[in-house]
Design a protein around this ligand. Structure first.
Ligand code: ATP
Length: 873
């Protein structure tokens, strides 16, 4: 059997039983059953049981299990059961957290999954790539990934980059001609397009010949370049910090053990105390809390139209200091309407006077027109659909024009050239129709259409046209120029030379309503908004002024001026400019680099194939969800599903909030751990019995603390988050005195716990209780003071430096719930004789309860006073 590349188009149609109208729906259903979905076999994921078992590989968990076994041996069965229970709860939490992270990753993958453009039943459709079947007719356009292996049946300047398969990064020119030899290497199969390679230029159509694992790329084993499981810088730092804390804990344990033995304590008792301390020192719940807070934050961002593709971006967003944004569609609505037409005889009062301009702009135009309930509907780029609407308004229908002037060749629009050209055959004449940016098109015009005469263009004409362009641009109109000529044969190289100037078209694209507010928010938040556009300088300035991005015209610069600057000059001056006009995508990279060298954290938007390098260079690359190409999305850290500038700003707000919430959870958990260490350490140094048993500490760390820590991670944005300057990315969680505050607060919790313990012991001694009795009383009071003071302390952590009263102490409903639940759990421990027995605690009388309550509430007052003093300073 011949390979597909050696077959003719008809042979391919026959073999795959399809046509140039594509498959029918019934056929598609059958083929999905026959061939399966167009996807790679996923690597096997671990089962829940495997994940559960993996939790026991942790060093700390092994220590705990050891402790449980030893406790069992020496007859402390209740202890060993509780420790095991806690270990199991911990492992379960770990599995839940892993599943949660996996789930949100899967959801993200699904959302980021690209669509493919196919033709079925003769109708153009966008479908998920996985639903493609052999025989499908696929349309390829610049910026798209090839969704399956295709035999091309139609191409127009189609270039495809196949480096994922061949390693060759120079795009290959494709055609649709059958090859006459067999055994041709992949790189030479010019009439084939392969899955996961990318279209860099032009367009084409192809019939799917292989899907999923049957494709060339599928054969190269498990190529799964997808959303990756990356850790954020904070997670990495925490993991590092965690290791150090573990080591520190072991050292402290060692010291305590020796001190204890020297003070004449029993070996076993000291062993258990050391275990308690190890447990106290290690914040077991921390990684889980951070992962869950991140996952929830990412979900929240999705609700605000930002899909995070790379997790570290969540943190970087909060540090952003510069946002470089495209204009069209991001800062403006991308709803274009033609306002004015200019010909060499002046602005047209009646646009039918400028028929040639209408013809050119409709022929050199890729808009698709479909009938919908008797009305026409346009599908395409808004700049182009506006031209179609204009023509319809005076009774000209592009579809009829296309029949009369058949398109035989084209040079697609690209934002580097800023021109588009088509060759249209009318009878035996071939017409070249070009539209594009006026400054560029004008430089290629030798003649001008004056009424119905063609004459050479004069300097005066050029002056007049430039003035008309300037006038429209100053009024925020986007201006296109139209030109044409008649040729004998199709010649791409010379097509755009010696054109006849026909006219200018000015269209309005109003700014987005919400963009103005978003720009304002940026400014109060210490973030510089920068507009980067392919449009004319005057148009850009007019819109930037309206949005508040620019105050003075000296802040605007063009791509041409930028080109004259050296990298050093740009580095020194980049802060001056807030508008870049008539730039090409490669200028974007220079702009990003200049800002980055100035120590700024840059977010950059992009949509086209050529934007990918800039998106990668920026600290936060944001691709457009609607108009963006697959290539741009793949290169980006985040995708804006509504293409909106305001979305970046809300993502920054969300990013700042997520970071500060994680910080709150961490501060909370660490100060609680420090409280426990202080309690045990002081007690050992003073030679007291144990104020807290290992199970108490485990219980508090893993049960009563976890819920409030999670709730702190759900805290709403602090009032005024966007009124503060961005966070310094080098600033750690513990800088600016935060570490010191955590330490002080921890010590305070330790002290109140010790007070409660001493009170209980003395209370018992004074009433002639036995050693065991008063120790149990002291421990009960310490246990409850520790857990309750930590619940109270959770409220302190809602704001790092602000009083909790500023915004209502009970405003975080998750925290209210969490604190209530933890409180009830503690009450149950106290109320149930069975649990009292296991936890080795006893009932408290009214006076003791008052003392526990007073000690527990004390951190709130202490921290409030500290915050107040700090504020005075
Ligand atoms: P932004 O970069 O903010 O999205 P933009 O959309 O104006 O701005 P480009 O799409 O690169 O940037 O367009 C640059 C210029 O090219 C436009 O100002 C216009 O003059 C011209 N242009 C845009 N679209 C077309 C098109 N489809 N055909 C011909 N010329 C076009």
């Amino acid at each position: 059997m011949k390979a597909f590349y050696a077959k003719t188009k008809e042979e391919v149609f026959n073999e795959l039983n399809t046509s140039d109208r594509g498959l029918t729906n019934d056929e598609v259903k059958k083929r999905i059953e026959e061939y399966g979905f167009n996807e790679f076999k996923e690597k096997k994921t671990r089962t829940t049981f495997q994940k559960f078992m993996d939790q026991f590989k942790d060093f700390l968990v092994l220590i705990l299990i050891g402790a449980a076994i030893i406790s069992g041996f020496v007859g402390e069965v209740a202890d060993s059961i509780i420790i095991l229970l806690v270990v199991i709860i911990n492992a379960t939490l770990g599995v839940i957290q892993e599943n949660k992270a996996e789930e949100s990753l899967k959801a993200l993958k699904k959302m980021a999954a690209p669509l493919a453009h196919v033709i079925r039943n003769g109708i153009s459709l966008e479908i998920p790539v996985r639903e493609i079947v052999p025989g499908d007719l696929v349309v390829l356009e610049a910026g798209r990934y090839v969704p399956a292996d295709l035999r091309l049946i139609e191409t127009s300047n189609l270039k495809i980059e196949e480096s994922s398969l061949t390693g060759e990064s120079v795009p290959v020119e494709k055609n649709d001609r059958a090859l006459d030899s067999e055994n041709i290497g992949i790189g030479d199969r010019k009439n084939m397009a392969f899955m996961s390679s990318m279209v860099t230029y032009g367009r084409g159509k192809g019939i799917v010949v292989a899907t999923g694992m049957k494709t060339e790329i599928g054969k190269i084993a498990d190529m799964l370049a997808n959303v990756e499981e990356e850790q954020t810088p904070l997670q990495i730092k925490l993991e590092e910090a965690g290791k150090w804390m573990g080591i520190a804990a072991l050292v402290i344990c060692g010291i305590m053990f020796i001190v204890g033995i020297l003070k004449g304590k029993e070996l076993l008792e000291m062993f258990m105390t050391s275990i308690s301390l190890a447990v106290a020192a290690i914040p077991e719940g921390l990684p889980a809390v951070v992962t869950i807070v991140l996952a929830v934050g990412v979900q929240k961002m999705i609700k605000r139209n930002a899909i995070i593709r790379k997790l570290p971006a969540v943190e970087t967003l909060g540090c952003a200091t510069v946002i470089c944004s495209d204009k069209t569609g991001t800062l403006t609505q991308n709803k274009m309407t033609v306002k004015r037409i200019y010909t060499i005889n002046g602005f047209a009062d009646d646009i039918t006077d400028a028929k040639k301009v209408i013809y050119i702009s409709n022929l050199c135009n890729d808009t698709k027109i479909v009938d919908e309930d008797g009305k026409y509907k346009t599908i395409g780029d808004p700049t182009e659909t506006a031209l179609i609407d204009m023509a319809f308004s005076v009774g000209i229908d592009k579809r009829k024009l296309d029949e009369e002037y058949v398109r035989i060749e084209e040079i697609p629009f690209d934002s580097d050239r800023k021109l588009m050209t088509t060759f249209n055959k009318n009878g035996d004449k071939i017409e070249v129709n070009t539209k594009g940016a006026p400054d560029i098109l004008l430089s290629r015009c030798k003649y001008v259409l004056d009424g119905d005469k063609i004459r050479e263009i004069t300097n005066e004409d050029l002056e007049n046209i430039k003035n008309a362009n300037e006038e429209m641009a100053k009024n925020a109109l986007r201006v296109l120029a139209a030109g044409y000529k008649v040729v004998d044969k199709v010649e791409i190289e010379s097509a755009e030379n010696d054109l006849i100037f026909a006219g200018l078209i000015g269209m309005i694209d109003p700014p987005r309503e919400e963009a103005k507010d978003a720009v304002h928010v940026c400014k109060t938040a210490g973030i510089k908004p920068v507009m980067i556009t392919g449009d004319h300088k005057s148009t850009a300035i007019a819109i930037a002024k309206e949005l508040g991005i620019l105050n003075d015209e000296s802040e605007a610069i063009t791509g041409a001026e930028l080109e004259k600057m050296s990298d050093d000059e740009l580095f020194n001056n980049v802060k001056k400019y807030s508008v870049y006009a008539r730039v090409s995508p490669e200028h974007k990279v220079r702009i990003v680099e200049a800002w980055k060298k100035n120590g700024q954290i840059v977010a950059m938007t992009g949509d086209g194939v050529n934007d990918a390098p800039a998106l990668k260079t920026a600290n936060i690359g944001a691709a457009m969800g609607i108009t963006g190409t697959d290539v741009a999305k793949e290169a980006a850290d985040m995708v804006l599903t509504d293409d909106n500038f305001a979305t970046i700003v809300s993502a920054v707000e969300e990013g700042r909030t997520i970071y500060s919430n994680i910080k709150k959870s961490i501060s909370y958990l660490l100060s609680c751990n420090i409280g426990e260490i202080v309690t045990l350490f002081v007690a050992t140094l003073l030679g007291w019995a144990e104020p807290l048993l290992p199970i108490h500490i485990l219980w508090v760390n893993l049960v009563t603390d976890s819920l409030p820590a999670l709730a702190l991670g759900m805290e709403a944005a602090e009032p005024g988050v966007m009124k503060q300057p961005p966070r310094d990315p080098d600033e750690g969680i513990f800088s600016k005195g935060a570490g010191f505050r955590i330490l002080l607060q921890g010590i305070f919790i330790g002290v109140v716990t010790l007070i409660a313990y001493v009170y209980g012991v003395n209370y018992g001694k004074a009433r002639g209780m036995s050693f065991d009795e008063y120790e149990i009383l002291g421990r009960t009071m310490a246990f409850f003071t520790l857990s309750l003071s930590q619940l109270v302390h959770a409220f302190n952590n809602r704001y790092e430096t602000k009083s909790v009263l500023v915004n209502g102490i009970f405003k975080n409903k998750y925290l209210n719930l969490a604190a209530t639940a933890s409180f009830i759990i503690q009450l149950i421990v106290l109320a149930s004789p069975f649990l009292r027995n296991i936890f080795k605690v006893t009932l408290l009388n009214g006076e003791q309860i008052m003392v526990v309550a007073a000690c527990s509430i004390a951190p709130l007052f202490a921290v409030e006073i500290a915050k107040f003093i700090r504020k005075q300073k």
